[in-house]
Design a protein around this ligand. Structure first.
Ligand SMILES: [Zn+2]
Length: 434
């Protein structure tokens, strides 16, 4: 396949007169030319990467946006989310994931890291195949045509000195090796995998260390929720005498493999300690849950690679997430253009891919052919000069402009499948609500 768009994003800018050649799912070359499939009036950009997703939470979109009694916050939302998590069987989980993945593709996302913590039956007993639910998510990804990385989650407890919560039984493994065995099995099946000890709240430090050592020895991504809520920081201080990032730094785990998800409540020293690692912000979810604002400017200044996730799926739009990362800082600082646009671009593509251990995220020979064609005549982009197009995408792209999506060179936008996924999802929701 050879794609000749009017403009191609290559080496940091949009260029005309380039042809992208795809062979065996990879970009074989990006070179001047004009022969090939003409994408007239379109620009070719790398597929976005969603580094943090919990697909099942798509089932509660719009269902928690109200106040029942007194204060609503992250913790009251979480109880409602747990109820949804426990109401879904394997088939429903697969159907919800299908719609979620279709929606990601429609928004220009070609790879997703599923931070997967639904493992067992609602009573905590394993399925006949202990990997049943991870394989359901994989089946949904294959059906939709998105590239999936299963970030297999480890979960041990409700929290330090906290009573067990029966709604968490689906997440909890009996010991750290149980989840590592699952990672080994999934990898042996050819799935892309990473490790995700849930948080320092949900796993004791010995458990975290065991998983971090496993990830390091096998060069797998290591993702963890960290410092999303002040209460979590306080509980970490009570248990370990250190804040979460401070603790990880003290033990030498903040390396190039570590991906801290959220990382909102940080001291200046903790910001400095994250210079070699990734921070995955999920700005739309973070504002939805009232978590707080990621100090993206200060993190970028020390070298942290920022990437993005949809997390709760309250909205699925990688460019919206990118602009919220910037807009939150504008509101806080009452300034404009806080983050460098080129770095913001990298948060959507290259950094997300690197956080998941993927060779993708740019239109460059040797990388996976994950490509998105946007319509330059769409109402959200029309009349934009090439030199301003990247910024116009970051700050104004609407989903209506996304014309075609390829994952590993295969066309992945199928209106018929999208209709079927929406229809099946509506049936699942009907069962949930009734
Ligand atoms: Zn999350």
């Amino acid at each position: 396949m050879r794609l000749a768009a009017d403009l191609t994003y290559h080496r940091g800018r949009f260029q005309s007169g380039l042809v992208v050649e795809v062979q065996d799912g990879l970009i074989a070359s990006v070179a001047p030319g004009s022969d090939g499939q003409r994408l007239a009036g379109q620009a070719l950009v790398p597929g976005a990467v969603n580094a943090h997703s919990h697909t099942f939470q798509r089932a509660i979109r719009g269902r928690t946006e109200y106040r029942v009694l007194g204060r609503e916050d992250f913790w009251t939302w979480r109880e409602r989310m747990y109820h949804a998590a426990n109401a879904l069987g394997p088939e429903e989980i697969e159907l919800v994931a299908r719609l979620c993945f279709v929606e990601m593709l429609q928004a220009g996302t070609t790879s997703v890291g599923e931070f997967h913590y639904l493992h067992h039956n609602p009573d905590g007993t394993p399925y006949d195949n202990p990997d049943e639910l991870a394989l359901r998510i994989q089946a949904a990804a294959e059906w939709a045509g998105i590239h999936l990385v299963v970030l297999r989650c480890g979960y041990a407890r409700a929290g330090f000195e906290r009573e067990a919560n029966p709604l968490q039984r689906r997440f909890i493994d009996p010991d750290p090796d149980y989840g590592l065995a699952a990672v080994t099995r999934l990898k042996a099946r050819g799935l892309s995998v990473g490790l995700a000890p849930h948080s320092l709240r949900a796993v004791p430090f010995d458990w975290f260390r065991r998983w971090a050592e496993y990830a390091r020895s096998r060069q797998l991504p290591l993702h963890m929720h960290v410092a999303e809520q002040p209460r979590e920081v306080e509980e970490c201080l009570a248990e370990h005498g250190a804040r979460p990032i401070e603790l990880l730094d003290r033990h030498g785990w903040l390396d190039e493999r570590f991906v801290g998800v959220h990382a909102i409540h940080l001291t200046d020293d903790e910001v400095a300690a994250l210079g070699r690692s990734f921070v995955c912000s999920c700005p739309t979810t973070e504002r939805n849950l009232g978590d707080g604002i990621v100090r993206a400017d200060e993190l970028m200044a020390v070298g942290t690679r920022l990437c993005l996730g949809t997390d709760s799926q309250c909205q699925i739009d990688p460019y919206e997430d990118a602009r919220q990362l910037e807009y939150h800082l504008r509101l806080r600082k009452r300034e404009r253009a806080v983050l460098e646009a080129s770095r913001l671009w990298q948060t959507v593509h290259l950094n997300g891919a690197a956080s998941l251990g993927l060779g993708a995220g740019a239109i460059e020979a040797g990388l996976r052919a994950d490509l998105v064609a946007v319509d330059l005549e769409d109402s959200t982009l029309a009349g934009t000069p090439a030199e301003d197009l990247a910024a116009a995408l970051l700050f104004g792209l609407g989903r209506s402009a996304i014309r075609q999506v390829w994952v590993a060179g295969r066309a992945a936008l199928d209106p018929e499948k999208a209709r079927q996924a929406a229809c099946d999802f509506a049936r699942v929701m009907g069962l949930l609500v009734s």
